[in-house]
Design a protein around this ligand. Structure first.
Ligand SMILES: CC(C)[C@H](C(=O)O)[C@@H](O)C(=O)O
Ligand code: SF4
Length: 469
């Protein structure tokens, strides 16, 4: 009998092409997603070397970061820098024979929403993209790495990636989530617990009853933010929920190929007794809705809590950095989270821009109005999410409540397009990063779940969604 293996070990072994004595390995890559920000030099490199894309059919390109989300965007991109980036990807995709979704294609959206939606992301695969949140695809039991531009070029040219094997870490979330508490709160709580360097050098597998009970949307939210916990990738073993999500997606295997795939996918779980280098256990039943207060995703607290006092931190550099974060955020220690008033609400991103997220928002805001002091926008993660939301009449609920209903893209998750905060503006955001300047110069970001963001939009301040009537 061979030694018991983790899910990570299994996918790794199945893709290993070569392994050197110093641990350097060559991995075969099954799927490569490409967006406009990290690919221009990679394609240029191929061009200069006279090389082709090795497997165009395993490559999919989509624009997301730079696209405007205004309803008139089909008339052309006004911002010149953005337009140049978008046009470059269109040209590179055409020149190299790669399938491409333009901003006018219904299938366009944030790359990490598009991959799963199209059935391009499948269990057991190795998936890469020149984007840190590629970890999202781990929700399907795929080994998904974010890579840099030179690696993008390497994968385009060879369909392989040079990697060293990471350690195995298990994060087990036991029990059941209380009402009002979501996948977003789970992952924020995990990052709060392990810190932004907690997963360094590891691939994290998420398991336990609470994870099993999540929809694919929720699992993607968890894996999406694994990278904020410093890990190389996140993984969740595929199960019936996964298979049901994938079935009949445009690129999913069909007929006999489906049956064969399913047989393989069912082997994709960690063997009894397999070794994890680190194990963290959390109880879902104790989790509150979480709000971030600082400029790192580890700066989190319960909605019922207060802004912490950095003076309580022993370590000097950390203490100074948390004071700086409070200063940046314009907050004082001891302030109740529910006393913090907000100016903006952003609902969207590859963390929380899927249909389930929009349904959660609609449930909270139906028949209510966005506070007069707040400007709120909802940006569906893809054209298909938008279409689905409109088919369900969610857009009407949003518009009647006073939300701005936009075209799909990364939008205000990062200030790379027209959607951004003004200096000093405070935003309840469903995205994944609250770094300084992330949503706009001097903008202040509080990370929350979609339901919490929706309730904040209506109330003009943070409220405990568990008390929402
Ligand atoms: C622009 C891109 C390279 C970047 C990433 O790698 O994640 C962005 O998507 C982000 O979320 O910060
Ligand atoms: S939505 Fe945000 S986190 Fe996701 S890929 Fe776009 S910029 Fe990065």
């Amino acid at each position: 009998m061979s030694a018991p293996r983790t899910l990570y070990d299994k996918i790794w072994d199945d893709h290993l092409v070569n392994s050197q004595d110093d641990g350097t390995c060559l991995l075969y890559i099954d799927r490569h997603l490409v967006h406009e920000v990290t690919s221009p030099q990679a394609f240029e490199g191929l061009r200069m070397a006279g090389r082709k894309v090795r497997a165009p059919e395993k490559t999919l390109a989509v624009v997301d970061h730079n696209v405007p989300t205004s309803p008139d965007r089909h008339l052309g991109i006004k911002n010149e820098e953005s337009r140049i980036q978008v046009e470059a990807l269109a040209k590179n995709a055409a020149d190299f024979g790669v399938e491409y979704y333009s901003e006018n294609d219904k299938r366009q959206g944030i790359v990490h929403i598009v991959g799963p939606e199209q059935g391009f992301t499948l269990p057991g695969m190795t998936i890469v993209c020149g984007d840190s949140h590629t970890s999202t695809h781990g929700a399907f039991g795929a080994l998904a790495h974010g890579i840099g531009t030179s690696e993008v070029e390497h994968v385009l040219a060879t369909q392989t990636l040079i990697q060293k094997k990471a350690k195995n870490m298990l994060v087990r979330v036991d029990g059941q989530l209380p009402p009002g508490v979501t996948a977003k709160d789970i992952i924020l709580a995990i990052i709060g617990e392990i810190g932004t360097a907690g997963g360094t050098g590891h691939v994290i597998e998420f398991a336990g009853e609470a994870i099993r009970s999540l929809s694919m949307e929720g699992r993607m939210t968890i894996c999406n933010m694994t990278i904020e916990g410093g890990a190389r990738a996140g993984l969740i073993a595929p199960d019936e929920t996964t298979f049901a999500y994938i079935k009949d997606r445009p690129r999913a295997p069909k007929g006999k190929a489906w049956d064969m795939a399913l047989e393989y996918w069912k082997t994709l779980n960690t063997d009894e007794g397999a070794h994890y280098d680190r194990v963290v256990v959390l109880d879902a039943a104790n989790l509150p809705p979480i709000v971030s207060w600082g400029s790192s995703p580890e700066d989190v607290v319960s909605v019922q809590g207060i802004v912490p006092n950095p003076d309580e931190i022993q370590e000097e550099t950390k203490r100074a950095s948390k004071w700086r974060a409070l200063d940046y955020m314009g907050l004082k220690p001891g302030t109740k989270i529910t006393d913090i008033a907000i100016d903006r609400v952003f609902i969207g991103s590859c963390t929380n821009g899927r249909i389930e997220d929009l349904r959660a928002v609609a449930k909270v805001v139906e028949g209510r109005k966005v506070a007069s002091t707040v400007s709120a926008m909802i940006v569906p993660g893809s054209g298909l999410v938008k279409e689905q939301a409109e088919a369900e009449g969610l857009d009407k609920i949003f518009k009647e409540a006073g939300f701005d209903w936009r075209e799909p893209g990364c939008s205000m998750c990062l200030a790379m397009n027209d959607d951004r905060l003004k200096p000093g503006e405070r935003c309840a955001s469903t995205s994944n990063r609250n770094f300084e300047g992330r949503q706009g110069f001097k903008g202040r970001t509080h990370l929350v779940s979609p339901a919490m963001a929706a309730a904040a939009a209506v109330s003009g301040r943070f409220v405990d969604i568990r008390e929402w009537k």
